[in-house]
Each structure stands twice: as C-alpha cells, then as structure tokens.
Ligand binder design. Structure first.
Ligand SMILES: NC(=O)c1ccc[n+]([C@@H]2O[C@H](COP(=O)([O-])OP(=O)(O)OC[C@H]3O[C@@H](n4cnc5c(N)ncnc54)[C@H](OP(=O)(O)O)[C@@H]3O)[C@@H](O)[C@H]2O)c1
Length: 214
C-alpha cells in the first residue's frame, strides 16, 4: 500500500507520515524542501505534474491532502484580510487540494481500495459560523464543498472521499495551547481513514469519529 501525504514536513502531516512508516507502509511525504520524499509546492501546477511523474505507474491507495495555511489569524475586519492573503490562502487550501487530487487520479484508479482524505477544519462549518478568520474559514468551507462534490463524481469509480476536522492540534498552526497532541490527532485520523469506504464517501468527520455539522 502506498500513501501520499501533502505537507509532511511538520505538524499533522509529519505525524501521519511517521505513523504509516512505523506500520511498514510505503509513505511518500511531500514537502516544499528538496529533502522531502517528493518535492511539492501545492500552489504550483507544474509541481503536481512532477509529483505524478515521480510516482510513475505506482498505485496510490490513500492520498491525504493535508498541506494548508492559516494566514488571517487575528486579522482586523476594518484593516486586515488583504487580497493577497485571500489569493495565497485559496491557492494553497483549495486549488492546491484540487490539483493534488487531479494529478494523482490515475494512481488512485490503480489501487484496490482507493481513498482521498481532505484535511479541512471545524472552521469550515457554515452552521457553526462563530465569526472571524474569514479567509481561512472560507477556504476550508470551499475545500469541504470540493470534497463533497468529488465524492459524488468519484463514487462510480470506487474512489472514496472523506473530509476531516483533525482536532485543535499542538502544531505551529494550532499553537502550544491547543487541545490535543499530534499523536492523538494522528491516532484518530488514521482510524477514520481506515474506516473510509464507498458507503461512507462524502463524510465530514472529526478526528475522534463524530459527524461534523456542515
Ligand atoms: N493544527 C490545528 O489545530 C488544525 C485545526 C484544523 C485544521 N488543521 C489543518 O490541518 C492541516 C495541517 O495543519 P498543521 O497544524 O499541521 O499545520 P502546520 O504545522 O502549519 O504545517 C502545515 C504544513 O503544510 C505545508 N504547506 C503549507 N503551504 C504549502 C504549500 N504551498 N505547498 C506545500 N506544502 C505547504 C507546510 O510545509 P512547509 O514546512 O514547507 O511550510 C507544512 O508541512 C492544515 O490543512 C490545517 O489547515 C489544523
């Protein structure tokens, strides 16, 4: 089984890569640095093409779209949220996810039990809508929507798509006062990915297995 994880240089992505490696799984962790298994800047279309070429004829059983940015943390409604932050956030959190999936569709189609896991966030929820962080929330809502629509289109091809809130996790993004460790998030998420199948495709779940409000 081959697992591809985007944004595996640190945080949740690095934790997921370490977990699967310990399980003896063939892991391709992508990162922007040349020391990554596969170099990938998710905002660069040519970078996705190179990733697909590097994987050659390999089957990919699980693609985890994890790379993400949260650039408008604490921004001020009157003076913040510049157009450049909108563009950069959507290029990474939405377009980047779509391009990763599109590039690896041929590899997923070769697998026996192909699955795509999109790391969104509880901040994607339009039902909860507590306000603030408009760019990050909108980008995570968009990628949730993308995952739901892809799940419809890929169902007939036997490719399952799950969308996840990983918890509030102690990483550079989550901060040191976050609720759970990377290990706890990884333990929960990997259980969810293992349970993902064509009957549950389109699910939006928390790391600990609860259905998340849309
Ligand atoms: N931590 C939380 O509490 C939390 C909560 C909800 C959702 N999430 C989501 O979980 C995912 C992982 O978050 P994290 O907490 O592990 O964040 P993190 O510690 O900030 O790590 C982010 C990862 O994304 C990569 N990345 C960013 N921009 C990229 C790009 N253009 N191309 C390729 N890789 C890129 C980073 O690579 P570099 O090292 O090259 O920068 C890094 O590996 C994100 O999608 C995030 O939105 C996190």
């Amino acid at each position: 089984m081959t697992v591809v994880i985007t944004g595996a240089s640190r945080g949740i992505g690095a934790g997921l890569a370490a977990y699967y490696r310990d399980q003896g799984v063939d892991v391709m962790g992508t990162g922007r640095s040349v020391t990554a298994d596969i170099t990938l800047d998710v905002t660069q279309p040519s970078s996705h093409t190179e990733m697909a070429e590097k994987l050659g004829e390999q089957a990919v059983e699980l693609l985890v779209c994890n790379a993400g940015v949260y650039l408008d943390k604490g921004a001020d409604l009157d003076s913040g949220y510049g157009a450049d932050i909108w563009a950069q956030s959507f290029a990474t959190n939405v377009t980047g996810v779509f391009l990763s999936i599109q590039a690896l569709l041929p590899h997923l189609r070769r697998a026996a039990n192909p699955r795509i896991a999109i790391i969104s966030s509880q901040m994607a929820s339009s039902e909860l809508a507590p306000g603030g962080s408009y760019i990050y929330r909108a980008s995570k809502a968009a990628v949730l929507n993308l995952g739901r629509n892809l799940s419809t289109d890929l169902k007939a091809q036997g490719i399952a798509v799950g969308i996840y809130h990983p918890g509030w996790v102690q990483t550079d993004m989550g901060g040191s006062s976050a609720a759970i460790t990377v290990d706890e998030a990884v333990a929960g998420l990997t259980e969810r990915f293992a349970a993902l199948n064509i009957k549950t495709t389109g699910c939006f779940e928390t790391w600990d297995g609860r259905a998340h409000p849309y």
